[in-house]
Design a protein. Sequence first.
Length: 205
Amino acid sequence: MPIDVDTDERLADIARATVDVASERGTRAVTLRAVADRLGRSTAYITNFVPSRAHLMANALDHARTQWNASRSEHLGELVGVERLAALTRWMCSSSPEENVLRSLWIEVIADVRGANQRAYEVVRRVTDATYEKFLAGAEHVEVDGASVDLETAAHIADILYLYCRGYEVKAVEDPASWTDARVQASLEVLLRILVFDGDREATA
């Protein structure tokens, strides 16, 4: 009799094993063989579900979305408008050892954007593009003199905050000892005050 295979469960197992290998040995150690060994399986077993090294990393990031979505929802709670936008930005600019491992995987995937792993790259793009849309939605609630900013200005505000967070994520991997949460959050508060909370935004309009 054929055995039913829960593909989602297998992909989740592979994602956890990928993060474990990267946490213990670094992202360069993430290979089909290393993940297979971690699971006590053959490489052929892994490639039944994930065809390449890049897809290993993209799969780990894809499965991290559930964790990210739950953490973000808990952090934002019932906040609305600019308070929600500010809380989203602060949440994006925080670290944990596992977060930095996932960021390292993300950097490796996007570094190969012109390589043979376009499908893996598109998985990552779906994750990051969805995050940007949340910044844009929040920025549309920013007000100047009691009136909401126009859509072009809202897009500029979303761009700046989103790029700040993405730049932070790279530095958190490159030099985590220097770019601590405290240092980043301090500069972020200055940026939020200028872009989101101050009434005078002629420079951004």
